[in-house]
Design a protein around this ligand. Structure first.
Ligand code: 0XW
Ligand code: MG
Length: 367
C-alpha cells in the first residue's frame, strides 16, 4: 500500500447562527484543509486540520496548506505500514507544524484501518466504550440568554457545559456563571473557559466571586507561566488548553503540577498518534481531559471520537465537535452526530467517514 497521489482541498465552514464569540476572537467562517491520500491499491484516506481563525493559537489555514506543500511531495511512493516511519519522513521535510502533520497522521490511520478492516479506535489501543460524552460550548454572551441555552442543552442530554468568559467586564463574567449554575445546578458539569483573556489579577477576583460554584477553570490566562502563578491562589481546579502547544508542554505542565486537567486539541498536539502519548501520561497521574479540536467537519470529528473512546471514562471530559455550529455533513450517509449529548463511535474500518465525492470541488493542490 503505497501513496500514489495526495489531493488537498479547502472547505469553507460558515458558523451557523452568527459569530462564535470567545475572549480571544470572534469568528464567522472557518477555512478547513483536507488531505485525501490515494494509494496504489485503490484506497483513499482522509485527514483534516481547521484552525479556528488566525488568533486563537499560532495556527492559520494558509499556514497549514504551506506546510502541507513542504511535506506532501516527499510522501509520494511512501508505504503505509509504519506510522512512526511516516512521521519521521515528515519531520525530515519540515520542523514543527504539528497541526499540518496531524492531517496526514489521521489519513495514515484511516488507510491502515481500512486495509486491516478495523476502526481507528482499535489502532489507538482499543475502545473502552461505544459512545462518548460530548460537551456544549456556550459563547461569550449575556447572562440570561446564556443560562437559557445552558438549560436547553442540559435538557437535550449534554452532561457538560463550557461557559466562555473574558474580553469584557468582570461583573458580566461573574453574572453569567452564576446564572448558568442557577439554571443547571448539578445536572451538568461546568467548565469556565477564559481563552487566555484574563489577567492573573482578574482570574483571582473571578475565582473568589464564584467560590461556591463547582467548575473547572480552563485556560484563564495567556501563558502557562501566568497560569502557574494561580496555583494555591485560586480554589477552582485549573485546566490548560491553548498552552498545551505540543507533547513537551503537556509533560512540563504535568511535572510542574500546575494543571488539574486539560482541553486537548488533536491537531495542536500533532495528530492522533501523538495524542495517545499525552493520553497515557494523563492516565498515569489520573488527570481528566477532553478530546477536541479547534474546529472542523466530519473527519476531525471522527478523529476526536475515536480517540475519546480509548480514554478511561471517569477522566473523559468529553469530545467537542463543531456540529452544533456547522450546517450539514461531509459524509451525509455516515455523519458523526451528537445525540442526547453523546456521540456514537464509528464502527466501520478506518475513520468510518468518507466525504461525499465532489463535495469540496476541485483540489487546491495535487501532489
Ligand atoms: C470549545 N472549543 C473546543 C472550540 C473552540 O475552538 C474553542 C475551544 C476551546 O475550548 O477553547
Ligand atoms: Mg478552551
Amino acid at each position: 500500500m503505497r501513496i500514489d497521489r495526495i489531493n488537498v482541498y479547502s472547505a469553507q465552514l460558515p458558523v451557523k447562527g452568527g459569530a462564535y464569540r470567545m475572549a480571544s476572537a470572534d469568528v464567522e467562517a472557518l477555512d478547513s484543509t483536507l488531505v485525501e491520500i490515494v494509494t496504489d491499491d485503490g484506497f483513499a484516506g482522509w485527514g483534516e486540520t481547521c484552525p479556528i481563525g488566525p488568533v486563537y493559537q499560532p495556527h492559520h489555514a494558509l499556514g497549514a496548506r504551506a506546510a502541507i506543500a513542504e511535506i506532501a511531495p516527499g510522501l509520494i511512493g511512501a508505504e503505509i505500514a509504519s506510522i512512526r516511519l511516516l512521521a519521521k519522513q515528515m519531520d525530515e521535510r519540515l520542523n514543527g507544524h504539528g497541526y499540518a502533520k496531524a492531517a496526514f497522521d489521521m489519513a495514515f490511520l484511516d488507510l491502515l484501518g481500512q486495509k486491516l478492516g478495523v476502526p481507528v479506535s482499535t489502532l489507538l489501543g482499543g475502545a473502552l466504550t461505544d459512545r462518548v460524552p460530548a460537551y456544549y460550548s456556550l459563547i461569550v454572551g449575556p447572562p440570561e440568554e446564556t443560562a437559557r441555552i445552558a438549560a436547553d442543552k442540559v435538557k437535550a442530554g449534554y452532561p457538560r457545559l463550557q461557559v466562555k468568559i473574558g474580553g469584557r467586564n468582570l461583573e458580566e463574567d461573574v453574572a453569567v456563571v452564576h446564572k448558568v449554575w442557577e439554571a443547571v445546578g448539578f445536572n451538568a458539569r461546568i467548565a469556565v473557559d477564559g481563552n487566555r483573556g484574563l489577567t492573573v489579577a482578574a482570574a483571582i477576583h473571578f475565582d473568589r466571586l464564584c467560590q461556591a460554584i463547582p467548575f473547572v477553570f480552563e485556560q484563564p490566562c495567556n501563558t502557562m507561566d501566568e497560569v502557574a502563578t494561580l496555583k494555591g491562589r485560586v480554589t477552582h481546579p485549573v485546566y490548560l488548553d491553548e498552552s498545551t502547544e505540543d507533547q513537551n508542554a503537556v509533560l512540563r505542565a504535568i511535572s510542574l503540577g500546575i494543571a488539574d486537567g486539560f482541553g486537548f486539541k488533536v491537531t495542536r498536539l500533532g495528530g492522533l498518534t501523538k495524542m495517545t502519548t499525552v493520553r497515557d501520561l494523563c492516565a498515569i497521574r489520573s488527570l481528566p481531559h477532553s478530546c477536541d479540536d479547534a474546529w472542523g467537519g466530519d473527519i476531525i470529528a471522527a478523529a476526536c471520537v475515536h480517540l475519546a473512546a480509548t480514554v478511561e471514562p471517569r477522566r473523559m471530559e468529553g469530545a467537542w465537535i463543531a456540529q452544533e455550529y456547522i450546517k450539514g455533513h461531509f459524509d451525509p450517509k455516515h455523519p458523526v452526530v451528537i445525540r442526547q449529548g453523546h456521540i456514537a463511535v464509528p464502527e466501520r474500518p478506518g475513520l468510518g467517514v468518507k466525504p461525499e465525492p465532489g463535495i469540496f470541488g476541485k483540489p487546491v493542490a495535487i501532489y
